[in-house]
Ligand binder design. Sequence first.
Ligand code: BTN
Length: 321
Amino acid sequence: MDKLLELLADGEFHGGDELGAQLSVSRAAVWKQIQKLEQLGLEVLSVKGKGYRLAAPLELLSEESIRAQMLPRAAQLLRGLQLHSEVPSTNDLASSLASKSPGSGWVILAEQQTAGRGRRGRHWISPFGCNLYLSCIWEFFQGAAALEGLSLATGVAVVKAFEALGIQGARLKWPNDILIGNAKVSGILLEMTGDPSGRCQVVVGVGINHKLPLAAAVGIDQPWTRIEDVHPGLSRNRLAAEVISQLLIMLEEFQLNGFSAFKDQWESLDQYRGATVVIKTGADDIVGVADGVDATGGLRLLTDRGIQVMKGGEMSLRPKL
Ligand code: BTN
């Protein structure tokens, strides 16, 4: 099926006989594979006498293209790059890889996730071939305490990648959503394996809406956007290369200097500084004025009862209406 996708990716018509010959299978077998593509959510048009074509051209992820476009320092830090067609979750795959092959610099990408995960137990919508789903592994030796602020620094790295690609107006929402024009374009999910008080591996998971189809986005319960709407025509491999580069460079810096190297940058990108916000903790809603972050990445909230510092985890921020 991967080979068939490569042949159809150009969005042009290809006859059943031609496809069969290229794949060394019968026309009936081609038709069966076409049905599988449709099950992935891809729209395939079939016209008598002309053959099959995808409703829109598809840029498949390419290891060669991503590697060729990475920043030189990041290419040195990259230990291995895995591209998968379909996985439950790149974070799950990365966690099991981290437990088998410790060390930093592994990156896993997938065309589709069947069980993509978001923060607070949510589902991350992950249809085939139109977004980025990636997980990066980095090893730390001082336990979980040394990781404070890492999810915020990840947000800074993603925004840096956007800026390097000419995608303008990206801002951050505590703890680590990336917004463009007040709508979410990317989310971050950090997970840890190993010893929480010593040698541990962090899986940095990043999802970016690139060309998320409107039909697939039904059910997202907050304003969302996609790169295609703000920067049409941007190559997905180019985007992947820049995001992976900025992530690896950030992780190397974070290992050396921690969140202090990113605090000012995070605050300069803070969408809600000075705004009245509601922090949903699960149990309570806490209202206050957002006042930047402290040295650990906790949100400083000016409340009736003085300054309260919110710690990431299971909390989320909403503007107060
Ligand atoms: C959020 O904003 O709720 C976090 C979303 C994180 C999604 C990414 S996609 C790649 C990686 N694999 C997952 O299952 N989740 C993260």
